[in-house]
Design a protein around this ligand. Structure first.
Ligand code: UDP
Ligand code: MG
Length: 303
């Protein structure tokens, strides 16, 4: 059986359409399936809509979070609920073309264990956003040694891979990178990002920055090495200034060094503060992980 997991956050306008599209597609292709909607603490009527769909079609199941835990948590919850031999993760806004599910499923039947959907194009994005995304992906690609610039969460995973992911103890999992990191026999298929049909993107600039920092730090400690590099740079600059002020002293013109002192002091101060900030961030992450809180809390289930 194929399980289709779709995280939904404030998607009341999309639930019916998505459920309809997926179920009629699966029935036309004669694929045994279940759809699992994960309501990620939506503030609108998303959960009611999911329950309505569940009433008319028992293959449609729902999980409701007690509050918003984020898309990563929603995807993991969906995978934990899935009973199928393979799981497809797809966005609820139909930006990932559902037709590709069939293509992914056929590849799985041929023996592939992970089928990754890669974006042929990134759809419509503003200049600034495209630039930020490029920076983020080049960092993450370096950290994971996998080209992630066109990666997305639209994937099919075999039961084996799903179990590996579910058994990982880390809470700050970055699904897109982790699912490549686990290995297995994989293949990529391209798809075009569609326009959103209704509702709006759930990502604000702030949440995207937060998402980027969390995922970079959970995959690499390179920012911490930045501290060492800054320290070395600082040392070289200091040595230079030391030589200059010594020369000035011997030439008898050492009084007007005030500017240098101020600049140096500010510079040292800022480098130390940045460094402490980076170290503090990692300590906070260690703290988060050892608290061992659950990734998500389920308040209700349907079917
Ligand atoms: N989503 C979620 N929890 C969140 C934010 C988003 O479950 O906190 C879901 C959302 O309902 C959608 C998918 O994640 O199905 C992708 O979100 P969106 O379309 O807003 O992102 P974009 O396509 O703009 O990257
Ligand atoms: Mg979207």
């Amino acid at each position: 059986m194929l399980s289709i997991v779709t995280p939904a956050y404030n998607e009341e306008q999309m639930i019916h359409k998505t459920a309809q599209t997926i179920s009629s597609l699966m029935e036309a292709e004669n694929i045994e399936y279940e759809v699992i909607f994960v309501n990620d603490g939506s503030k609108d009527k998303t959960w009611e809509k999911i329950c309505e769909e569940g009433e008319s079609n028992t293959k449609i199941r729902g999980v409701c979070f007690s509050r918003n835990f984020g898309k990563e948590s929603a995807m993991f919850a969906g995978m934990a609920e899935a009973k199928g031999d393979c799981v497809v993760i797809i966005d609820c806004d139909l930006q990932h073309p559902p037709k590709k599910i069939v293509e992914m499923y056929r590849l799985w039947e041929q023996g592939y264990e992970i089928v990754e959907g890669v974006k042929a194009s990134r759809g419509k994005e503003s200049g600034m956003h495209a630039f930020a995304a490029k920076c983020f992906y080049s960092l993450i690609s370096n950290a994971t040694n996998i080209d992630m610039s066109h990666a997305s969460d639209f994937k099919l995973l075999d039961r084996k891979a799903v179990n590996v992911l579910l058994n990982m103890p880390e809470k700050n999992a970055f699904f897109r990178a982790l699912s490549s990191w686990v290995g297995f026999k994989s293949i990529q298929i391209e798809y075009d990002v569609q326009e959103r049909e209704a509702g709006e993107s759930k990502w604000s600039t702030k949440s995207l920055i937060k998402y980027a920092i969390t995922n970079i730090t959970s995959f690499t400690s390179a920012p911490m090495q930045l501290v060492t590099i800054l320290g070395v740079v600082m040392f070289v600059v200091t040595a230079l200034f030391a030589v200059i002020s010594l020369v000035q002293k011997f030439l008898g013109q050492s009084l007007d060094g005030f500017t240098t002192v101020i600049i140096l002091q500010c510079f040292t101060g800022s480098v130390i503060m940045i460094s402490l900030g980076i170290i503090g961030y990692y300590i906070a992450k260690i703290y988060d992980e050892i608290k061992g809180r659950p990734r998500y809390i389920i308040s209700e289930r349907k079917n």
